[in-house]
Design a protein around this ligand. Structure first.
Ligand SMILES: [Ca+2]
Ligand SMILES: [Ca+2]
Length: 217
């Protein structure tokens, strides 16, 4: 399952997101089947695209109900952290976990086209329909929030220049105090621009940066 580990995502969140996140357009011929199995009595917040979510889930193969994944028993039982709605998990989970409250539990049946498809993956055979039991534990502001953009955009012109991102990297690298090869800074900067500066104008616009469709910057 392509979910980052708990430790890898604790620092440099906006940076990780710049390096890895892409918008996925969904063409769904098949749909998920969703059942809400527990609703908490109080719901203060609902999950949205771009939120950093923390969840436990168990995965089963629909054909024989065998369990292929359990977040409670793997990696010392740490729940999974991932950014919702940007392709860090299979599409079916990205869809199934929208508008969910912390404490809510859901059961979802995911067709192969929204899971691992014709090829399968690791323990998942080709064309497998999957069942997940999900418990959402927490929701945090995602790395590509308006706040994160504004923090990097020092001159507030709604574009991120190389200098602004370079400055941001320097500040972030200071936080964990690790020694780094100075060439790494430049390599990361180049990589960020290759992946995000789609029109090659040397600036990352709010649109190029932003994974949200509806947030205004
Ligand atoms: Ca700027
Ligand atoms: Ca650009």
């Amino acid at each position: 399952m392509a979910v980052p580990s708990c430790t890898s995502i604790t620092l440099l969140l906006p940076l990780l997101s710049l390096l890895t996140a892409h918008i996925h357009c969904q063409s769904e011929e098949e749909k998920i089947k969703l059942e809400v199995t527990h609703v908490p009595s109080v719901c203060t917040q609902k999950s949205r695209r771009g939120d950093l979510v923390n969840a436990h889930y168990d995965g089963y193969l629909a054909k024989d109900l065998s369990k292929f994944y359990c977040s409670r028993s793997e990696k010392d039982g740490h729940p999974k952290w991932f950014v919702l709605g940007v392709g860090q998990v299979i599409k079916g989970l990205d869809i199934a976990m929208m508008e969910m409250c912390p404490g809510e539990k859901r059961k979802v049946i995911i067709p192969p086209s929204l899971a691992y498809g014709e090829k399968g993956y690791d323990k998942i055979p080709p064309n497998a329909t999957l069942i997940f039991e999900i418990e959402l534990l927490g929701i945090s502001k995602g790395p590509r929030s308006v706040e994160a953009f504004q923090q990097i955009d020092l001159n507030n012109d709604k574009f991120l220049s190389k200098d602004e991102i370079s400055n941001y990297l320097t500040e972030e690298f200071k936080k964990d105090g690790k020694q780094r090869d100075p060439s790494m800074h430049g390599r990361i900067l180049t990589d960020i621009f290759q992946k995000n500066d789609h029109d090659n104008d040397g600036l990352i616009s709010s649109r190029e940066y932003n994974v949200y469709r509806h947030d205004e910057l």
